[in-house]
Design a protein around this ligand. Structure first.
Ligand code: NAD
Length: 422
């Protein structure tokens, strides 16, 4: 079993979860995310150790081995060698640049995002086809691929009647950022791969994930997963909890009617495991919408406010100018029954869950940079703003992440430079 993107927020708990279930897990990452943090002056509020320390702590506490493999998906030769050596029965592909704001900073970040994600995914498809053709590709996409259409969102496909004829086709997608567009391209490429090569694939259109505590991350501080709070990497509910814990206003972009699907990180573990345990057939491209509930930003902010109030704290909500280009009040109704049909039992968002998220954050709140938390640093229309410039310029690490040229060059030859972990 290979988990690609294991050094990330979802990847690390996912690797531990599968290892606990008895899978032989190979953990793959190129540590790009640590480099992108250095580049933009961002950091995980919960300190995270190196991958070497993580797998060693896991082995010490559970007796289970996770094999750590430093690999860039954009290095196709290394990826092919990896696939030929391990021939995994399934690959969980989480290894992408996953921030919409990061992809909207400027041309360079848009191109880097799309090259990293689309080329990495394409390399993976070819490596599977050539060296492990029976391998099940479990790919993390996003609900953001669909955008916010004024009709119900189906799970991947839509049956259309047009001029008296009917067909079932991939659902039309109108995403909101260059990052989300890279995911749409991945989905199209995977759909094509299943048609031409008979690949097995499950494309998981995931909602926004919240929470940091799983059975495994709570075993030891060294096993915690990252907690992003800044405006580039922090997702909505996680950020709101950090703001509440810090006693700062909750910042809602615009009117706050933006509605999306959400899920608890424990359900992410469960959904991916269900996809692995019920593999797609050869030639099948399954699409599951992976979320459990939908909320507007206002609903989430109000919930956090109520939890704080019940504990005797006053919290305020600020509606700030929306840096994104998106509808702030819209229809949203997305289907999400396929994973429930496979056996998912969701952890629904309630006040005790929110309370425990905020309590966790309170332990680390002294390490918080309030500017990174409160001020958007990227505007969809104008790109990186003065906050981005200030924090990016603080970085003394020249080219901590790859430039476009270096990324493209890495297609032809193995990477020479490896990022150092702090
Ligand atoms: N976090 C969410 O709320 C959310 C929601 C929907 C979809 N997703 C998707 O889930 C996946 C994981 O998200 P996350 O929040 O854990 O992100 P993350 O940024 O925390 O982790 C991604 C990991 O992938 C690695 N990576 C990136 N490019 C790579 C490459 N070319 N080769 C090898 N490793 C590479 C990074 O170093 C990082 O450790 C992503 O594909 C993301 O788009 C996440």
């Amino acid at each position: 079993m290979a988990v690609l993107g294991t050094d990330g927020y979802i990847g690390w708990p996912m690797a531990m979860h599968l290892s606990r279930l008895g899978y032989d897990v190979v953990a793959v990452d190129n540590l790009a995310r640590r480099g992108w943090d250095v580049e933009g002056g961002t950091y995980s509020l919960v300190p995270i150790p190196t991958m070497e320390q993580r797998v060693e702590r896991w082995r010490e506490l559970t007796g289970n081995t996770i094999i750590w493999h430093h690999l860039d998906l954009c290095d196709h030769k290394a990826l092919e060698a990896f696939m030929a050596e391990f021939v995994p029965e399934a690959v969980v592909h989480l290894a992408e640049q996953r921030s919409a704001p990061f992809s909207m900073i400027d041309r360079d970040h848009a191109v880097r995002t799309q090259v990293n994600n689309i080329v990495g995914n394409l390399n993976l498809m070819f490596a599977i086809h050539e060296h492990a053709p029976d391998c099940h590709l479990v790919k993390l996409g996003t609900m953001g691929e669909y955008g916010c259409p004024n009709i119900d969102i189906e799970e991947g496909y839509l049956t259309i009647e047009h001029n008296g004829r009917t067909d079932t086709l991939p659902y039309p997608k109108v995403p909101h950022s260059f990052y989300h567009l890279s995911k749409v391209a991945d989905s199209q490429n995977i759909h094509f791969g299943t048609r031409i090569w008979g690949m097995r694939a499950t494309d998981l259109n995931q909602g926004v994930v919240y929470g940091n505590q799983t059975e495994d991350t709570m075993l030891h501080p060294d096993l915690m997963t990252r907690l992003d709070f800044d405006s580039i990497w922090g997702t909505a509910l996680n950020r709101f909890c950090v703001q509440a814990a810090a006693g700062l206003p909750i910042t809602v972009y615009g009117q706050g009617g933006q509605t999306r699907g959400y899920l608890d990180i424990r359900d992410t573990m469960a959904c991916i495991t269900l996809a692995i345990e019920h593999p797609a057939d050869r030639g099948e491209c399954r699409v599951f919408n992976q979320f459990t509930e939908q909320f507007s930003l206002n609903e989430l902010a109000d919930m956090v406010l109520r939890v704080r109030k019940a504990r005797g704290w006053e919290t305020t909500i600020d509606h700030v100018a929306n840096p994104r280009v998106e509808a702030e009040s819209h229809y949203y109704n997305a289907k999400h029954s396929a994973l429930v049909d496979l056996g998912l039992e969701p952890h629904l968002l309630d006040e005790s869950m929110l309370g425990s998220m905020i309590e966790l954050v309170e332990q680390y709140v002294h390490q918080l940079d309030p500017v990174l938390l409160q001020q958007p640093s990227v505007n969809w229309r104008t790109g990186g703003n003065e906050v981005w410039d200030t924090y990016a310029n603080q970085s003394q690490v020249e080219a901590a992440t790859d430039s476009v040229d270096a990324l493209v060059a890495s297609q032809a030859r193995p990477r020479e430079r490896q990022l150092q972990q702090d």
